[in-house]
Design a protein around this ligand. Sequence first.
Ligand code: S3P
Length: 444
Amino acid sequence: MSYRVRPPARPLAGAVTVPGDKSIGHRALILAALGDGRARVSGLGGGQDNQRTVDALTALGVAITPAGPDALVIDGVGWGGLTAPAQPIDCGNSGTSMRLLAGLLAGQPFSSTLDGDRSLRGRPMARVCGPLSAMGARIEGAPGARPGEIYPPLCVAGRRPLLGIDYASPIASAQVKSALLLAGLYAQAPVRVREPAPSRDHTERMLRALGVPVSVPAPGEVVLDPTGFSRRLPARDWQVPGDLSSAAFLLVAGLLVPGSQVTVRGVGLNPTRTGVLDALRAMGADLRTSSVREEGGEPVGDVTARASALHATTLAGTLSVRALDEIPILAVAAACASGTTVVRDAVELRVKESDRISQIVKELARLGVRARELSDGLEIDGPARLAGGVTLKSGGDHRIAMACAVAGLVARAPIEIADVDNVATSFPGFESSLAALGADILKQ
Ligand code: S3P
C-alpha cells in the first residue's frame, strides 16, 4: 500500500485521540499475564506490535480474550505459571516484544525460541543476550552483518533462579533495562542497571505499582531487589494512555500547515518521553498541554499545537534519548525551520526498524531538502520549500512513512509514499486521524 498526500486547501483543525502507547501496552500485557488472576488492559492501540506480545503470551499458556474495541481480559497465570511454547514465538517486526520477552523467558524453567521478520532478524540482540547470559540463562542467536553481534532467532534456555547482576549498559535503552528487570523477577539477588542517560521508565513505574521493590538510587540507575519480593504479582487493571510518539505526527502537522490548530487528547506525558515537545518548543512551537492528570501511574493530558514559525535547534545528550523515536518527524519540522538543526547522540537510530539516519536524509533529499548524515545523527538545513511530485520510500519503517506523509502536507504539489503497510505496527488508522483534521491523504 502507499499514501498519496496533497497540501490541504484549508488549515488543519480539530481534536482527535491516538491509539494507546505501544511501550506501555507491551508491559501491561506481560505484567497482567504474570498476575494472580483476571485483569483488564484497556486503551490498547490495536497495533501489530502489541498483538505480537499478545500472541507470544498466548503461546506461553496465558488465556487472553477481547473485551471491547481496545481492551483485553487476561487470565494471569501467576509468577510461575507460564508454560513452554509448542513452537518458536514470532515477534514479527517488534523489537520491544523480542527484547522484553527474552528477559521474561530467561527466568523460565524451559527453553523457547524468539524469531521475527526480515527487519527484526537484522537487529542487534547482544545488548540483551549478554547481560541475561551473565545472569545464568543460555541464549544462542544467529550470526549476521556485524561480527560479534547476535541476531534473531534467539534460543533461550531459561534458568530459575537467575543470578543477580550489576550491569552498566553502554547504551540508554529501555528495552535492555526492562528485559533485565523482568528477568530480575526470577533472580535470587538484586539486579542493578546503570544507563548513560535515563531511558523511558514505564517498567519501573508499573512494577512499583504492583508492589515489586524497585528503586531509582540516581537518575539512570535502577535496582530491583528480589529478596524483598513475594514472588506474587497482584492482578490489576491497566489503562493505557494515548501514544505521544504517534501524536507527534499530528502535532507537527498542526505546527506546519499555516493557520492550523490541532489537539490530541489523552496522551501520555511521562517526562522520559516528552523530549519531542521540549525540542519543538525550543524551535518556537506553540504547544500547550492541558487537563494534565495521572492515570495508572502515568501523567496524561491533552496537547494542542498551533501553527508556528519554527527555527533551528540542537538535539543532543539526554534530550536525544527522550526524543529518539520522534526524530524522523522532528527532521521534517527542521526542514521547515529557519537555520540548520543538528541532531547528535542518536546513533541508536541506525538500528531501529530501518537505519533512520540514512533513510531520513535520503527521503528529505528527494524533497529537495539539504540534509547530511553524521555518524551519530544528522544535520538539516531549513527552511526548505519541499518539492512535490515525488515518490518517497518508507524503508519498511512506520515512523519514516508517517513523517513523509506529514511532509506531503507542506510540499508544493502532491507526493506519494510507498510501502506504508508497516504503519499498522504502531498507528493503525493514522491516515483517518490525519484526514479527520482536514488533511488530504489517501491510502491506495
Ligand atoms: C522502547 C524503547 C526504545 C524505543 C522503542 C520502544 C520500549 O527502544 O525506541 O520504540 O518500549 O522499551 P530502545 O530500548 O532500543 O532504545
